[in-house]
Design a protein around this ligand. Structure first.
Ligand SMILES: NC(=O)c1ccc[n+]([C@@H]2O[C@H](COP(=O)([O-])OP(=O)(O)OC[C@H]3O[C@@H](n4cnc5c(N)ncnc54)[C@H](O)[C@@H]3O)[C@@H](O)[C@H]2O)c1
Ligand SMILES: O=C(O)C(=O)C[C@@H](O)[C@H](O)[C@H](O)COP(=O)(O)O
Ligand SMILES: [Zn+2]
Length: 367
């Protein structure tokens, strides 16, 4: 097992990564001071629950914990106020009090939704992240929890740190291929914002990583989580540095919102968003021509079977309108995270709208 820490003073918590860790859940909860007198409430989705819920509940009950659970449909559309009401309603029905602990068993959708329920329920109860997707190496760490608004992604949310992240990498073996590819978008993002050598390693080992080969996949998750933990430990509430984790998200979130959270999945939208960010950076002279940042970003994403072209069905006016709801925006202006090189980014505030429009047009032609 590998262990990392998100270092936030008295709200610090461990990220445990390893094969078969689900079996250690009861003892790891106890190690975090979560005791059998506290009722546990597991939230999962209709794909994950049939695979892992019984194992989790049996293990916890054998260790003396009482558990309730709630299963929601799979997919981004449950990140909504309707499901916040459904889940907190179930929590009330089964009599959960402020001593209860919510457990998110699933991918980033379940983590964000359950975490926000935990932040809101009786003004806040503890929660634990049990990620089961590759993408959730990102979403389970850092305490950003939210549901979507029809007009904007993650608009209704909170910062609420988990007490523990327990990542059993064995769960990745049941992930559909499309979700594996999408998960790599955030792994690649961690390389692209932070480390040229990690990015090159991801490129050199793509075929082993795509087949989830050990020890490559554990190493990629470990590195991605370590970068995220470092950034969050330095800027929990996104006063500055943390915004770099948003590379590709100004564009990507807009694409998700325009498709009513039912088209591109998050990692795919962010992949296209990272291409747009690289093209925009190149257009406004933020990168050196000889570094070929956009070209290298595109070929890396393609190695991981990720989309790089902005589908023609997206109208540029609609994208701009949706981007105006981006949480990074200031005084009505866009704020972008743009690459300056492979492994380095800058937060850029004054970009001409004409450059954004031209970039989106170019992004529709990328091959
Ligand atoms: N809070 C953050 O910091 C943060 C960071 C990145 C992404 N996110 C959010 O995460 C969400 C995307 O997360 P995701 O990509 O994990 O999506 P997801 O939770 O929808 O999971 C993807 C799909 O895989 C299925 N699944 C999950 N685990 C499985 C397993 N082990 N075996 C088989 N099927 C499994 C799910 O049922 C779902 O159909 C988005 O809402 C995004 O905004 C949040
Ligand atoms: O943790 C962060 O900070 C991130 O930006 C990570 C992103 O990958 C993630 O999609 C996050 O939910 C985006 O947050 P938002 O504040 O842009 O909604
Ligand atoms: Zn993301």
């Amino acid at each position: 097992m590998n262990q990392l820490t998100v270092d936030l003073g008295e709200r610090s918590y461990p990220i445990l990564i390893g094969k078969g860790l689900l079996r250690q859940l009861p003892q790891q909860l106890a190690a975090r001071g979560i005791e059998p007198r506290q009722t546990l409430f597991i939230v999962s989705d209709e794909h994950v629950a049939p695979l892992y819920l019984e194992q989790v509940v049996n293990g916890l009950e054998q260790a003396g914990y009482r558990c309730g659970y709630h299963i929601v449909p799979a997919g981004e559309q449950v990140k909504s106020l309707a499901y916040l009401e459904e889940i907190t309603g179930k929590a009330l029905e089964i009599g959960l009090d402020r001593n209860s602990v919510f457990l998110a068993l699933g991918g980033g959708v379940i983590g964000d939704l359950t975490g926000f329920c935990a932040a809101a329920y009786m003004r806040g109860v503890p929660f634990v992240q049990i990620p089961t997707t590759l993408l959730a190496h990102d979403s389970s760490v850092g305490g950003k929890v939210a549901v979507n608004h029809p007009l904007g992604k993650n608009i209704i949310g909170a910062f609420h740190q988990p007490s523990l992240v327990l990542y059993d990498t064995e769960t990745l073996t049941t992930l559909p291929k499309r979700e594996i590819y999408a998960g790599f978008a955030e792994v690649l993002k961690h390389g692209l914002i932070w480390s040229e050598s990690f990015t090159n390693w991801l490129s050199d080992n793509a075929s082993s990583l795509l087949s989830l080969e050990s020890p490559f996949i554990e190493e990629a998750i470990q590195q991605g989580c370590a970068i995220k933990a470092e950034v969050v430990s330095n800027d929990e509430r996104e006063q500055g540095l943390r915004a770099i984790l948003n590379l590709g998200h100004t564009f990507g979130h807009a694409l998700e919102a325009i498709s009513s959270y039912g088209g591109l999945i998050h990692g795919e939208a962010i992949s296209i968003g990272m291409v747009a960010a690289a093209l925009l950076a190149e257009r406004i002279g933020l990168t050196k021509a000889e570094d070929r940042v956009a070209e290298r970003t595109i070929s890396l994403l393609k190695q991981y079977h990720l989309p790089v072209q902005l589908p023609s069905a997206f109208a540029i006016d609609d994208i701009l309108a949706a981007m105006r709801h981006d949480k990074k925006g200031k005084d009505g202006k866009f704020v972008f995270v743009l690459p300056t090189a492979i492994g380095a980014v800058e937060i850029v505030e004054n970009v001409d709208e004409a450059d954004i429009i031209e970039t989106l047009k170019i992004c529709k032609e990328v091959e």
